[in-house]
Design a protein around this ligand. Structure first.
Ligand code: AMP
Ligand code: ZN
Length: 130
């Protein structure tokens, strides 16, 4: 991480020692939910809720704090994918069902893995957390 909070790799390439970059290229296995050319969704290894998966861009972006106008369509695709995958993974429909979408950003935001991801959580309550 440099002084501006960015990693020092070229944009769009895998960052060394980034867990989710390794998952994105298949170097570390994951339980895949969805994949296309620019996005990957996989089950969280330590779920808070009966349904809990993550959606990531395959390209390394450290967090929401690194986003610019060039990422508008990517973020739009992630947010539109979340409701569709949530239903496919067993969340009941709105309004009685539903799901929670969370993005932790930075240390005080509770971010542990510094590769942009959205959590999608749902299913019958109570949940383990959240
Ligand atoms: P955050 O605190 O928002 O950075 O969330 C990181 C999430 O990644 C946590 O919910 C972890 O349980 C999850 N996680 C960590 N390692 C893995 C892994 N190898 N496969 C799937 N999920 C993971
Ligand atoms: Zn990464």
């Amino acid at each position: 991480m440099n002084s501006t909070g960015s990693h020092t790799h070229a944009p769009g390439t895998a960052a060394d020692n980034c867990l989710f970059c390794k998952i994105a290229i298949g170097k570390i296995p994951s339980r895949k939910v969805y994949e296309d050319g620019e996005l990957l969704a996989f089950h969280d290894i330590s779920p808070w809720a009966p349904v809990h998966f993550l959606i990531i861009p395959k390209a390394h972006i450290a967090s929401m704090a690194q986003l610019g106008p060039e990422h508008q369509s990517l973020l739009g695709r992630m947010m539109l994918l979340a409701p569709r995958l949530a239903l496919e993974q067993g969340c009941r429909p709105y309004p009685d069902g539903g799901y929670r979408i969370v993005t932790n950003t930075g240390a005080e935001g509770g971010q542990e893995v510094h590769h942009l991801h959205i959590h999608v959580m749902g299913g019958p309550r109570p949940w383990l957390r959240g």
